[in-house]
Ligand binder design. Structure first.
Ligand code: NAI
Length: 343
């Protein structure tokens, strides 16, 4: 067996079910022989509780040095408290492209889904520039939020999407917008994405959908879609819908890509309702680590990993409870490791 060069990688266990699914993922990657050399760092609530800062300098330094991180989910207080560490990580490292593939592994309500959603990660409403206006004795009488899409930012994400399509042999990109109502904010998104699309004419087909119609058509006929190009908030919402089409949040990976840094994560959050129960499905983070293997130039390991996950689910019939099975996180992980070792 050849020894692969070690790849220094920042590892963020995260909050809630994060440490459970991260532990499972590390065990599987070890069995696979993936050459990641982990540097563990805290972020989010775990870091806030440990040192009063959800984004400690040691975390930032480690990610900047390595240019690569695998991240468990981070919890964000609702309504009040510190700003989302996820959003701040994306901003700090200019992670402008969020890649979220949805692929059927376990045939369920919908079979043979294969859609890649590309989400703009740094602009739009999601950035949460918000404040209240007081009226009379109510300090929160009016809530204001502003979103900004820039031509430069739209051009960059559209170019990323079309280049991704060319590289991965994808045929069509659907631009998602609400340009009938938000004529300026999402009108510019549609206009500039179409400008970029023109450069790829004859190679990648393009169409567009208003976001609400797109959400409905994803349920009625998801097979008409190949790739979706979304602004930040619409991408956030539709990627959960895509996860639902392929069996839920336990099967949905994501990659946050910038010029110098890439952070890989599951689409799901900290799942506080099941944290500590040992029943979380680790597959989303495992698939995210597969995307990371592709990214660092080990597609053969990524393929072995995806095949072993498929066989563990569909031949060995070992599944966690969210997929209708009985396996705990540990039992699923052991079955997957056994599969990898026997391959
Ligand atoms: P969530 O994704 O944590 O949970 C939604 C539902 O899906 C829950 O019923 C949960 O049990 C289930 N679920 C999620 N992942 C699962 C898994 N791997 N296996 C089995 N079941 C799973 O979303 P929610 O409840 O809206 O958010 C909880 C916290 O997570 C919040 O603080 C939120 O800000 C944070 N969050 C963090 C994200 C990140 O770090 N990238 C992404 C989304 C949410």
């Amino acid at each position: 067996m050849t020894t692969l060069n070690p790849i220094p990688t920042t590892l963020i266990p995260g909050d809630g079910i994060g440490p459970e699914v991260v532990k499972a993922t590390i065990a599987v990657l070890e069995a696979l022989g993936a050459p990641f050399k982990w540097e563990t760092q805290l972020a989010g609530m775990a870091a806030f509780n440990a040192c009063g800062d959800p984004m400690p300098p040691a975390l930032i330094d480690s990610i900047r040095k390595n240019g690569l991180a695998l991240k468990g989910p981070l919890s964000t207080p609702i309504g009040e408290g510190f700003r989302s560490a996820n959003v701040r990580l994306r901003e700090t490292f200019g992670l402008y492209a969020n890649v979220r593939p949805a692929l059927t592994i376990v045939p369920g309500r919908f079979d043979k889904i294969d859609i890649v959603l590309i989400r703009e990660n740094l602009e739009g409403f999601y950035v949460a520039h918000e404040h209240y206006l007081p009226v009379g004795d109510d300090p929160r009488a009016v809530a204001l939020s502003s979103g900004a899409n820039t031509r430069v930012g739209i051009n960059r994400i559209a170019r990323y999407a079309f280049e991704y399509a060319v590289k991965h042999g994808r045929k069509k990109i659907t631009i998602v917008h609400k340009a009938n109502v938000l004529k300026v904010l999402t009108g510019l998104f549609l206009e500039e994405a179409r400008n970029v699309a023109r450069e790829y004419e004859g190679r990648v087909a393009v169409d567009d959908r208003i976001v609400d119609a797109c959400a409905m058509q994803l349920v009625l006929n998801p097979w008409q879609f190949d790739m979706l190009l979304c602004s930040n908030l619409f991408g956030d919402i539709l990627s959960d819908e895509l996860a639902g089409l392929v069996g839920g949040l336990g099967l949905a990976p994501g990659a946050n890509i910038g010029k110098d840094v890439a952070i890989f994560e599951a689409v799901h959050g900290t799942a506080p309702d099941i944290a500590g129960k040992g029943i979380a499905n680790p597959i989303s983070l495992l698939l995210a680590s597969g995307l990371m293997l592709d990214h660092v130039g080990h597609p053969e390991l990524a393929t072995r990993l995806r095949t072993a996950i498929d066989l563990t689910l569909n031949q060995d019939n070992v599944k966690t409870t969210d997929l209708g099975g009985k396996a705990t996180t540990v039992a699923f992980t052991e079955a997957l490791v056994k599969r990898l070792k026997s391959a």
